[in-house]
Design a protein around this ligand. Structure first.
Ligand code: NAD
Length: 370
């Protein structure tokens, strides 16, 4: 019988396939142990698609991505495709997916597991138990605004221009995502901008406040200048619950927050679009890391970022919060038991491979379900 949960799996290049294989094992566990079913389809994106079809993503794959409930992406790129024409570089496949699916809200959790707190560059008490969510606007702002470019000036100098531009609706829709997420957490949103020096920041602050006052009075909203937010993130990050901010500030703040928690191999993300008439959102879930060509094919990659991305899919695309909690708890228990892939290895811990980490997570799921 066809399930009503459709997933398109796009492993991509390098360690993408290895990490995705571990997600499939977790999906298999949920199907066997939680009586859930998923319709899985798998296809190409990135360098492997260039090799097979001459483009980083085909129209046929785009059609599939537009039709499913959620896309699970591995990673794209690698030295083999470094010299292909810019217009068909592997990353263009990702950009096309994000653009045509209109994924305007990028969610980057920064969670610091107790067991990894000593691996952070900050003191243990500052990061242990940290659990914050950064919601970054992804399709507008200064990375896309016009006019843009580099021009020659009459006096012989050159001038570079980019334009920070936001409309009411662009701000409101990403703020709604942040408020919705906060409702399922600690009900606090901090909106970050530079209203002190930028008109687009004044508009951002006013529209965030409008969404709060008209639609989400039950969630606490505070405003913070983005530079202060960067300072507060490294001073006392646990003061935050959900941070919502624009494309440029979100790019920087989410990377800063990510590093509070340690390795690239641990960081999941989700990109969400608008809701259709049935309340369904287009969505893509992917680890923050790239294809790691230096360790690809060696069974060394940490699959946790990918598995945690799948947990986000359970929570945000399938309304399976309990199952998401279960997967996240299994990861936490495995780390507490001392299992480590190379990227997060610490003295005295047990070094495991990609599949070894998958085994440990499945065993932890079994224990939790027992
Ligand atoms: P990267 O994230 O692939 O790797 C950076 C370093 O972190 C490497 O030493 C790698 O071994 C390590 N690392 C990353 N993920 C890991 C994991 N899960 N487990 C263990 N170690 C891990 O970044 P890079 O080296 O700058 O880029 C490599 C390729 O990936 C490039 O072609 C780049 O364009 C591409 N890339 C793709 C994405 C994406 O698909 N979203 C993101 C970033 C980079």
């Amino acid at each position: 019988m066809a399930s009503n949960r459709s997933l398109l799996v796009l492993p991509g290049d390098g360690i993408g396939a290895e990490a995705m294989a571990e997600i499939r094992r977790v999906i298999g566990w949920l199907e066997t142990n939680r009586s859930l079913s998923f319709d899985l389809d798998e296809d190409l994106v990135g360098g492997c698609s260039i090799d097979a079809h001459g483009v980083p993503v085909t129209d046929a794959v785009m059609d599939k991505a537009m039709a499913v409930d959620a896309v699970l992406l591995g990673a794209v790129g690698g030295p083999k495709w470094d010299d292909v024409d810019f217009s068909i570089r592997p990353e263009q496949g990702l950009l096309r997916l994000r653009k045509e699916m209109e994924l305007f809200a990028n969610l980057r959790p920064a969670v610091c597991f107790e067991a990894l707190a000593d691996a952070s560059s900050l003191k243990r008490d500052v990061v242990a138990g940290l659990d914050i969510m950064i919601v970054r606007e992804l399709t507008g702002g200064v990375y896309f605004g016009e006019p843009r470019g580099i021009t020659d000036l009459p006096d012989g100098q050159r001038q570079g221009v980019n334009t920070q531009v936001y409309t009411t609706e662009e701000i409101r829709r990403v703020c709604r995502v942040a408020f919705d997420i906060a409702k399922a957490r600690d009900s606090r949103v901090t909106s970050a901008e530079k209203a002190n020096v930028m008109e687009s920041g004044i508009l951002w602050r006013e529209e965030a406040q409008w969404v709060h006052d008209n639609e989400y009075q039950d969630v606490e909203l505070s405003h913070m200048y983005a530079d202060n937010c960067a300072m507060q993130l490294v001073r006392w990050p646990k003061q935050f619950d959900v941070i919502v901010t624009d494309n440029l500030f979100g790019d920087i703040l989410s990377d800063a927050a990510a590093m509070l928690t340690g390795s690239l191999g641990m960081l999941p993300s989700a990109s969400l679009g608008g809701t259709d008439e049935n309340g369904k959102r287009k969505a893509m879930y992917e680890p923050v890391h790239g294809s790691a060509p230096d360790i690809a094919g060696q069974n060394k990659a940490n699959p946790i970022a990918s598995i945690m991305s799948f947990a986000m899919a359970l929570r945000y695309s399938f309304d399976l919060g309990d199952e998401a909690d279960l997967v996240e708890k299994a990861v936490e228990n495995v780390l507490a038991s001392g299992y480590r892939t190379g990227d997060i290895m610490q003295p005295g811990m047990t070094d495991v491979s990609t599949t070894g980490m998958g085994d440990a997570i499945l065993a932890a799921l079994d224990n939790l379900a027992a």
